[in-house]
Design a protein around this ligand. Structure first.
Ligand code: ATP
Ligand code: MG
Length: 576
């Protein structure tokens, strides 16, 4: 059986980056290490929603497995901290992995599936004299640990006999102790330069129910002990993790060597993904949600996969992005523009073009018959004829974009202005004759005329040309919609750098909500999650939470051009 991405995967295998991890694996296959097997895993902790950083790990692990004959990838929930975990997260993580286009088939596991075996391994360590029950308080353990410069001090309980340790560990398991009263520690080296090797805690008392095992256990294994053994139990060949685990690798190897496990996976570290103008740690995302800085985990401004999905991002684009940024050992911050370019390239060939006026300005065509309606055939895509076309109604009163009119236009403004002529996309040439204002001086509507000889937007017989083409919708046929324009969530490229408060640099204008936008009638039946290109405006997606047939809501996925490059340049100019 093969762990494979489903047929929604579009990237060809040849386009996949040949990164250093793939090179290591290729080398291992050459030497027939692991009997030619490639087994990986994606090990999320079910304590939050997945974000695009996790997508990098998912694409790497599932991707690598799918590239090799017989390759396998496990989805393993690292559920060793019952107080922070929840079934809600488990379900959302599964949905997100599927949405990205990957399938674990029959390889869904939980670390808690192995609690029994992990407990046996712990007892084995005790019997070898390699683990002991320590009765120091949490504070004291911290004090004894030493610092980066100073070695730690041995615990006074370090020399307990094997019998004593077995008995105490059994009493820990039997529920005789309060949280933190006793811990089981590996007996390694309190003077090790690597703090992770200074008799790390491998089991602790936690009198809490677990979402999988209920009240069966009141002792829970620690991450470092659990992770390597779970990898070994599953026969993982390459255990790919992020750089912060580099210092844990000696403990990973010590545990597997000491217990002499059947298999000994190779841990390989790579750099985490971080995006400019974004935060990525679950703790920070949790804080954004808890303190209502965003509307939820699926707020379209969040870097979570549920948020991106709601915003309208496609799994193909996210996979392309993960391919494009590659896998390295260097921590770098990726520009938002890279992600946005992937979205644009994915959406461009497959998204219908339609007309929507975000900020409407009323236009009355004085020489057009009041009760006449004409229909113009408008293809959904300029290049993809198979996407078909629709009939766009045209009538005496239209809406155009407020931005497409200026009373006093500067030189290079080729759109509408008093006395100027433009082309209405698919329809006619239009000339602005006068501007109607209310008593406050605000523009209420434009009075215009059209040229009947330009039907379909063609040039008139006199050879007159216009430079500007603008989009429009017919007032009588338009559908009112709410449109949400999203921008970066933070004002700073590196929010929270140096321990500063990241919530202080939230962008107050990260969402602009337009409640009176007018979209063409073909969108009346737009379904949740449908995506469109609103001509000249960007890519938009029907919101999958708030939109309904009665009240359409669109999210802007991305603008048509990169506005980030400009922002970056602006910042650089400010600095210099
Ligand atoms: P966070 O720091 O965001 O809370 P985490 O590492 O605690 O993340 P886990 O659920 O433990 O989250 O992560 C599951 C897997 O995803 C791990 O193997 C982890 O290394 C990987 N991962 C998490 N964040 C990133 C990231 N930003 N880039 C790449 N991989 C990541
Ligand atoms: Mg983690």
């Amino acid at each position: 059986m093969k762990a494979q991405s489903t047929n929604t995967t579009t990237h060809s295998e040849s386009s996949v980056q040949n990164n250093f991890i793939r090179q290591i694996i290729a080398e291992d296959l050459k030497t027939n290490k692991n009997e030619g097997q490639v087994v990986t895993r994606f090990p999320p902790e079910p304590n939050g929603y997945l974000h695009i950083g996790h997508a990098k790990s998912i694409c790497l692990n599932f991707g690598i497995a799918s590239e090799h004959k017989g390759g396998q990838c496990y989805l393993r929930f690292d559920d060793t901290n019952p107080s922070k975990e929840d079934i809600e997260y488990v379900e959302s993580i599964k949905a997100d992995v599927h949405w990205l286009g990957y399938d674990w088939e029959n390889r869904l596991r939980h670390s808690s599936d192995y609690f029994e075996r992990l407990h046996e391994y712990a007892i084995a360590l005790i019997k070898m004299g390699k683990a002991y029950v320590c009765s120091l308080t949490t504070e004291q353990i911290k004090e004894h640990r030493g610092t980066l410069r100073e070695p730690g001090k041995n615990s006074p309980y370090r020399e307990r006999t094997i019998e004593e340790n077995l008995e105490l560990f059994a009493r820990m398991k039997a529920g005789e102790f309060a949280d933190g009263e006793q811990v089981l520690r590996a007996k390694i080296d309190m003077a090790s330069p690597n703090i992770n090797m200074r008799d790390p805690i491998i089991y602790r008392v936690k009198n809490v129910a677990h979402h999988k095992t209920g009240n069966k256990w009141c002792i829970y294994p620690m991450y470092d002990f659990t992770h390597c053994l779970s990898d070994a139990i599953e026969g993982i060949t390459h255990s790919l993790c992020t750089l912060e685990f580099e210092d844990h690798r000696p403990l990973y190897d010590w545990t597997l060597n000491t217990l002499n496990t059947q298999s000994h996976p190779q841990q390989i570290e790579f750099a985490r993904l971080s995006l400019k103008y974004m935060v990525m740690s679950k703790r920070k995302l949790y804080e954004l949600v808890e303190n209502n800085h965003v509307s939820g985990w699926d707020d379209p401004r969040m870097p979570t996969l549920v948020g991106m999905r709601r915003r309208g991002y496609t799994p193909e684009a996210i996979r392309d992005f993960c391919d494009c940024i590659g896998i390295t050992k260097n921590d770098t911050q990726i520009e938002m523009g890279v992600l946005e370019n992937c979205i644009r390239s994915d959406l461009d060939p497959k998204t219908a073009r339609v007309m929507a006026v975000l900020n409407p300005l009323r236009v009355v065509i004085e020489n057009y018959p009041e009760d006449q309606v004409e229909y113009f055939d408008a293809p959904y895509h300029p290049k993809e004829a198979n996407m078909g076309s629709r009939q766009v109604p045209f009538s005496q009163v239209l809406y155009i974009e407020q931005d497409d009119f200026l009373e006093e236009p500067p030189k290079k403004f080729f759109r509408l202005a008093p006395g100027r002529e433009v082309r209405l996309r698919y329809a006619y040439f239009l000339t602005c004759q006068s501007v109607v204002k209310d008593d406050k001086g605000e523009i209420v509507e434009l009075r215009c005329t059209y040229d009947p000889e330009t039907r379909g937007g063609s040039n008139p017989p006199d050879g007159r040309k216009v430079k500007g083409t603008i989009h429009w919708v017919s007032e009588a046929h338009a559908v009112t919609a709410e449109i949400r324009l999203y921008d970066r969530l933070f004002n700073q490229p590196n929010p929270g750098a140096g321990g500063t408060d990241f919530t202080k640099v939230l962008n107050p204008n990260s969402v602009e909500i337009l409640t009176n936008s007018k979209v063409e009638p073909s969108l009346a039946n737009a379904q949740a999650s449908n995506r469109y290109q609103f001509e000249r405006q960007g890519y938009f997606c029907v919101d999958n939470v708030d939109s309904s047939e009665k009240a359409l809501v669109f999210n802007r996925i991305v603008t048509l051009r990169d506005s980030w490059a400009k922002i970056e340049k602006g910042n650089m100019n400010k600095k210099s």
